[in-house]
Write a protein that binds this ligand. Structure first.
Ligand code: ASP
Length: 337
């Protein structure tokens, strides 16, 4: 048989093989048949990035237990961080950009893949709640800047000054040298991203941030971008990011984590693989010196994990079995900077 004929024969058989798999099984059945299943944990499960995730989880948990739907529980949960002036990377009290303006990014996504997002929003303490309104009240996914503000005001949100005295002082101190070096991990970067697996086993998520401190005016990070800062597929799992947004956008980070879970990886393996990809892609990049990115992920069974480029990243988990606590994420490299 000629090489070409052999090739055609092989390809045809291959196609028949695949065709029969896909025609007889739905996507969900295919996944369930092929993905190794971990032991399901008791639902609900709430996970959130960083230590401020504890207070956010506590509020979301309370809401879920009262029967509030997951999306509203997320808005209430991360709303605790947004309103807290001591959380200086989210909402009110967030560190400003290099012009002294607090500009906020947020997004939210539900079990049916409905999404809402706001970016470069100023003067509104709860961007996550505005993102939810974008999801529920508009035909769009994303509103930005002036338009997002106008929409928020139309929806009854109050405009207020979000720059606290403490954050203003930090900015004035920064102005003395005006050196932009986005050192990540503590103080000047720390998005809150929350993922919920609710009682019915459905996934949803939200994320909200004031972004990188001292960023250029107009800079938007990964956090309002569905697929970068947050992504979920209710058949598979959910993922969210924190850290240098530029690196997360370059690699479509959260969407990739979810796709790897679809292909059978555990949340840990999926986060690790994408963190390593980000690390490798940035090896010779100008951002490498201060590259920190962390992901959290949860699958349909409630199995969860976090993984980051550098040590120091942790996340809060709340479930019935062990209550609300912190989990440390493993890291690709040993040095924190
Ligand atoms: N990812 C956010 C941003 O780049 C900041 C962070 O999570 O620390 O805007």
């Amino acid at each position: 048989m000629s090489g070409r004929r052999k090739f055609i024969k092989k390809t045809t058989l291959g196609t028949i093989g695949l065709g029969s798999v896909f025609s007889s099984l739905s996507a969900t059945e295919y996944r369930l048949k092929n993905i190794p299943q971990s032991k399901p944990v008791k639902k609900p499960v709430v996970i959130s990035t960083w230590k401020h995730g504890l207070a956010a989880n506590a509020e979301a948990w309370k809401q879920l237990k009262q029967g509030t739907r997951a999306l509203d529980a997320i808005v209430a949960g991360v709303g605790v961080s947004e309103a807290d002036p001591n959380v200086r990377s989210v909402g009110y009290g967030g560190l400003p950009d290099r012009e002294g303006k607090v500009t906020l990014d947020a997004c939210i996504m539900d079990k049916n893949s409905n999404c809402g997002s706001v970016s470069f929003l100023q003067g509104i303490k709860h961007p996550i709640a505005v993102a939810q309104k974008v999801l529920e009240k508009t035909p769009h996914v994303m509103l930005t800047g002036e338009g997002a503000l106008q929409f928020a005001l139309e929806q009854g949100f109050k405009e207020e000054n979000l720059l606290t005295e403490k954050s203003k002082q930090s900015w004035e101190k920064w102005l003395e040298k005006s050196k932009y070096r986005p050192v990540i991990n503590i103080e000047n970067h720390d998005t809150i991203s929350m993922l919920v697996l609710d009682e019915e086993g459905n996934l949803s998520g939200g994320c909200t941030t004031s972004g990188a401190a001292w960023k250029m005016h107009g800079r938007v990070g990964d956090s309002p971008i569905i697929g970068a800062g947050l992504f979920l597929d209710n058949e598979v799992g959910a993922a969210a990011a924190t850290g240098l947004g530029e690196a997360v956008i370059r690699t479509a980070g959260s969407a990739m984590v979810v796709e790897l879970m679809r292909q059978g990886k555990s949340p840990f393996e999926a986060c690790k693989t994408i963190v390593e990809r980000i690390y490798n892609k940035h090896k010779n990049h100008k951002d490498m010196a201060y590259l920190q990115v962390g992901f959290i992920a949860i699958n349909k069974n409630g199995e969860h994990a976090g993984y980051s480029v550098r040590p120091g990243f942790n996340y809060a988990v709340c479930d019935d079995e062990q209550g609300n606590r912190m989990e440390s994420a493993q890291a690709k490299v040993k040095k924190s900077n």
